[in-house]
Design a protein around this ligand. Structure first.
Ligand SMILES: *[C@@H]1O[C@H](CO)[C@@H](O)[C@H](O)[C@H]1NC(C)=O
Ligand SMILES: *[C@@H]1O[C@H](CO)[C@@H](O)[C@H](O)[C@H]1NC(C)=O
Ligand SMILES: *[C@@H]1O[C@H](CO)[C@@H](O)[C@H](O)[C@H]1NC(C)=O
Ligand SMILES: *[C@@H]1O[C@H](CO)[C@@H](O)[C@H](O)[C@H]1NC(C)=O
Ligand SMILES: *[C@@H]1O[C@H](CO)[C@@H](O)[C@H](O)[C@H]1NC(C)=O
Ligand SMILES: *[C@@H]1O[C@H](CO)[C@@H](O)[C@H](O)[C@H]1NC(C)=O
Ligand SMILES: *[C@@H]1O[C@H](CO)[C@@H](O)[C@H](O)[C@H]1NC(C)=O
Ligand SMILES: *[C@@H]1O[C@H](CO)[C@@H](O)[C@H](O)[C@H]1NC(C)=O
Ligand SMILES: *[C@@H]1O[C@H](CO)[C@@H](O)[C@H](O)[C@H]1NC(C)=O
Ligand SMILES: *[C@@H]1O[C@H](CO)[C@@H](O)[C@H](O)[C@H]1NC(C)=O
Ligand SMILES: *[C@@H]1O[C@H](CO)[C@@H](O)[C@H](O)[C@H]1NC(C)=O
Ligand SMILES: *[C@@H]1O[C@H](CO)[C@@H](O)[C@H](O)[C@H]1NC(C)=O
Length: 777
């Protein structure tokens, strides 16, 4: 044994555990020195078991250790003659295990086959002995030298092994150890091939063929999976059967026999050398050891999640768990709770709504954390508050709300069949149908969409649309017809209102939604009418108002009166009823339109007209684009007067006047007038000549003369002059008697002059301008 020098770890309690995962199996190399049984107990208490080696883990573990370590293999697990440190747990485990497998054994008293299984009960499917191991049981000393030279051995009935029910182990019938000792051969049919499946499945070499024709020369270079199956050792309980045919005892060197007997260990346990192969050792030796444990894959269930609480339930971890450490971490606020629990449930409270929490439950075994059981969950977010409709348009609705207490990752807005993800607290919902009621639902959500808050509801009706292509037609003096194209979407009715320019309502009607026109009646004539059409939903909600203006038609004018001069015409008339009136005046001469004027006054004067011409005037009342019927009449312009007359010859009783004919007047006649207001004389006459003589006149009298043109029965304005007839002077003497109470007053010159002046003045007033007279004294 001295040649297997091993290095031991100096630090006794350096409980360094190295973990090497092999299909979720973890290995823990323990540096403390224990007997094999104590080591196993320790592994069972704090891990699962002493290690079970496989081709996969063997080499890896060999690289890590640097001295001999106990592994989970011993010759006979049922061997009771040990140190007595077996705990009841171990004992019961072992017993239970074997009991199970002995139940079907027909001969329960037959010896147990050694080297059959690992500490954890796995079949011994892989071996990696150091050459020469395991040591065979030394054969009993032959009684004398004359022993049998040939031994005919018969295999007993094969005991049922716990490994398999149909696999057979085949071994070479002859093996030779390095130490030169023959081992008992186990006769076997070499042609039979046995195949067995190792207990692990993570390797590609899942099957291994072992044939009986191979010899037992152990190879150090293939430590993994020795194809030499050493089922060769003291498995032969059949020495007694060989007694009947003794053979001569061969000459054996006594020394070698002694050495084998010395090394042989009755109750052997197996240690792995620092470079991998195995050797037997006394189970009571103190060695470090390797435990293993399967990685615990637990699960935490989170139930009864509310806004602020949840219940955790986790799986029980295998082995002697002292407690579970629960770590809960809020992802938003980094708030962490740590609890130690021995039970398997825990209620969380005081959580924040709508927040992600991660939970880790660490089962603690021998002060060591096992692989944590994990869960993440969101608490339920709270419902939004103050969900309101801020404004409504015909195609859109603007919603706003307030973020609830706690956390929210986003909101989900649903209406009709639509769902919108919103990250702000406001949303404008577009592409809606006008005039339609909508129900909006907003819920708070968390990132993984696992939890939703209670719903918040609000409803709103979009505004109705407006009418299109609004027109007015069929205007009369009291009505008109309004037409439109239907609005898009829904609405209940349409309101039509007519007003005048000062805003006074003249008409007011509501038409149902199927109608597309309305007759506006009861309007005053010739008025500017303003019509507005509004689409409504349920009376309260109105769409955009569409406006149009038009006019009622005017009635005819009345009392058209024309006044003419020789070159102008003035028309006056009375307007019809109405407020929006203009007039179109058409002036025609001989059925030919010569002038058109639009006026707002009720009179018009046309100038520069022809004289003595028959002008006709037609007047229309106009309101907007509408004209009333025409009212018309005609009138001649006056002829031109002749040129101013002159007296061409004067006598004491006659005067001849002459004048020139007016231009532009053909064959006129003339009216002549002569009068003297002093004498009360007047004459009139007509003539076609351009001179006229009045006779029989009073001499010395001032006569005024006027002449005018007569054309087509029209008289022109008069032109005139005045002239005295030649006087025939007659003297008229006046005698005046002066009497005065005042003496000598009549002799006073001054008085006489005053009287004469007064008399002169009296005559002047009476005669001047009429009569040719003189006053002399
Ligand atoms: C284990 O035993 C070896 C010798 O048998 C010794 O060298 C080593 O220090 C021991 N280790 C501990 C941790 O006691
Ligand atoms: C050994 O051999 C002798 C004779 O050679 C015989 O008498 C004796 O019984 C044998 N011993 C045993 C144990 O068989
Ligand atoms: C092994 O046994 C077979 C038959 O049982 C025999 O033919 C063969 O020679 C034996 N081998 C040795 C090495 O004894
Ligand atoms: C081993 O067995 C063979 C034949 O079976 C024999 O020749 C040889 O002497 C034996 N060796 C020892 C050490 O017994
Ligand atoms: C037995 O081993 C020896 C030496 O390793 C080798 O030469 C021989 O071929 C082997 N025999 C069989 C049957 O494998
Ligand atoms: C198994 O090994 C024990 C010693 O550990 C021994 O007493 C027993 O006889 C062996 N059993 C068989 C069947 O070899
Ligand atoms: C829990 O998460 C940790 C990492 O945080 C991981 O190592 C562990 O394997 C997880 N546990 C389970 C059961 O998956
Ligand atoms: C969930 O809550 C119900 C009633 O409050 C309770 O009976 C149940 O035990 C809870 N579940 C868990 C896993 O805590
Ligand atoms: C968790 O829930 C699953 C499915 O409901 C169930 O199968 C499992 O047993 C639960 N685990 C625990 C630890 O309660
Ligand atoms: C939470 O912790 C992470 C790192 O662990 C850090 O980046 C982050 O700022 C922390 N948040 C708060 C709110 O403390
Ligand atoms: C569930 O959690 C609530 C709140 O923390 C707690 O009161 C209750 O006891 C828990 N229920 C269980 C079965 O743990
Ligand atoms: C929850 O918080 C309140 C106030 O912060 C505290 O009084 C109460 O003990 C807490 N409950 C738990 C179970 O931590």
């Amino acid at each position: 044994m001295g040649k297997f020098q091993v290095k031991f770890c100096i630090l006794l309690c350096w409980a360094l555990t190295s973990m090497y995962s092999d299909a979720q199996r973890e290995y823990f190399i323990q540096r403390k020195n224990l007997t094999w049984v104590d080591a196993r107990n320790y592994c069972q208490a704090c891990f699962k078991e002493l290690v079970t080696l496989t081709p996969d883990n063997s080499q890896t573990l060999a690289r890590i250790i640097n001295s001999d370590h106990w592994i989970g293999l011993r010759k006979n697990f049922n061997f009771k003659n040990n140190s007595g440190d077996l705990t009841s747990t171990v004992a019961s485990y072992t017993e239970t295990y074997f009991t199970t497998h002995y139940i079907n054994d027909s001969d329960s008293s037959s010896p147990i086959m050694n080297w059959t299984q690992w500490a954890n009960g796995d079949r011994l499917a892989f071996q990696n002995w150091y050459p020469g191991w395991p040591l065979p049981k030394p054969s009993p000393k032959p009684p004398n030298k004359t022993v049998c030279c040939s031994c005919s051995c018969t295999c007993p009935a094969r005991p049922t092994t716990p490994m398999t029910t149909n696999a057979e182990f085949t071994t070479p019938n002859t093996t030779t150890t390095q130490s030169g000792h023959n081992v008992t051969s186990w006769s076997h049919d070499p042609t039979e091939t046995t195949e067995f499946t190792p207990d692990f499945t993570s390797t590609d070499e899942s099957t291994t063929h072992v044939t009986g024709t191979k010899n037992m020369t152990t190879q150090r270079t293939t430590p993994y999976f020795s194809t030499s199956a050493p089922w060769t050792t003291a498995e032969m309980p059949l020495a007694a059967q060989c007694e009947k045919s003794p053979v001569p005892e061969p000459q054996e060197p006594e020394d070698e026999d002694d050495s084998n007997d010395k090394n042989y260990i009755e109750d052997s346990c197996v240690a792995m050398l620092s470079f991998g192969p195995w050797i037997e050792k006394s189970c009571l030796e103190l060695l470090p050891f390797i435990c293993y444990e399967d990685r615990f894959m637990g699960q935490v269930n989170v139930t009864n999640i509310t806004f602020e609480s949840a219940n955790l339930t986790w799986m029980v971890a295998p082995g002697d768990i002292s407690h579970y450490r629960v770590e809960v971490k809020g992802q938003k606020d980094n708030k962490t709770w740590v609890f130690d629990y021995t039970g398997l449930t825990h209620g969380l409270s005081n959580l924040t709504a709508g927040t992600s929490y991660s939970v880790q439950v660490f089962p603690v075994k021998c002060k060591r954390d096992l692989n944590p059981e994990n869960a993440t969950f969101y608490t339920i977010p709270k419902a939004v508050t103050n969900l309101t409709v801020s404004s409504v348009e015909k195609n859109s609705v603007f919603l706003s709300w307030e973020k609830p207490e706690g956390n929210v990752d986003f909101y989900r807005l649903t209406y009709e069949t639509n769902t919108v993800k919103v990250t702000t607290e406001t949303e404008t919902v577009k592409d809606l149908i006008p005039g339609t009621p909508y129900n909006f639902t907003v819920v708070s959500g968390v990132n993984d969409a696992s939890k939703w808050s209670y719903e918040a509801h609000v409803s709103a009706c979009t505004k109705p649309d407006k009418v299109y292509n609004l027109t007015v037609s069929n205007n009369t003096d009291h009505s008109m017809v309004v037409r439109w194209d239907r609005p898009v979407g829904n609405f209940t009715d349409i309101r039509v209102v007519a007003k005048n320019s000062s805003g006074t309502s003249l008409f007011n009607a509501t038409v149902n939604h199927t109608q597309q026109h309305e007759t506006v009646t009861g309007l005053p004539p010739a008025t500017h009418i303003f019509i507005s059409v509004t689409v409504r939903v349920n009376e309260g909600l109105v769409g955009e108002t569409v406006n149009i203006d038009s006019f009622t038609t005017p009635g005819p004018i009345s009392n058209l009166i024309l006044n003419t001069t020789n070159d102008s015409l003035t028309a006056t008339w009375l307007p019809p009823n109405g407020s929006a009136l203009n007039f179109t005046v058409e002036l025609s001469l001989d059925q030919t339109l010569v002038n058109t004027k639009n006026v707002s006054d009720t009179n018009i004067t046309f100038i520069n007209l022809k004289n003595a011409a028959n002008y006709s005037v037609a007047v229309y009342a106009v309101s907007g684009q509408f004209k009333s019927t025409a009212e018309s009449t005609y009138k001649f312009t006056l002829p031109n007067p002749p040129s101013p007359p002159k007296a061409t010859s004067i006598s004491n009783d006659s005067i001849t006047f002459a004048w020139n004919a007016p231009g532009n007047t053909s064959t006129p006649t003339y009216g002549v007038k002569l009068n003297s207001s002093f004498w009360g004389q007047s004459w009139s006459n007509t003539t076609s000549d351009t001179k006229f003589t009045f006779s029989g006149l009073t001499s010395g009298t001032n006569y005024s003369f006027s002449v005018y043109t007569i054309a087509d029965g029209q008289k022109s304005a008069s032109v005139g002059c005045a002239n005295f007839t030649v006087p025939e002077l007659q003297e008229i003497s006046l005698s005046m008697l002066c009497s005065s109470s005042e003496p000598l007053l009549c002799d006073n010159n001054t008085t006489r002059t005053a009287v004469l002046n007064q008399l002169n003045s009296t005559f002047r007033n009476l005669l001047d301008g009429h009569i040719d007279w003189r006053f002399e004294q």
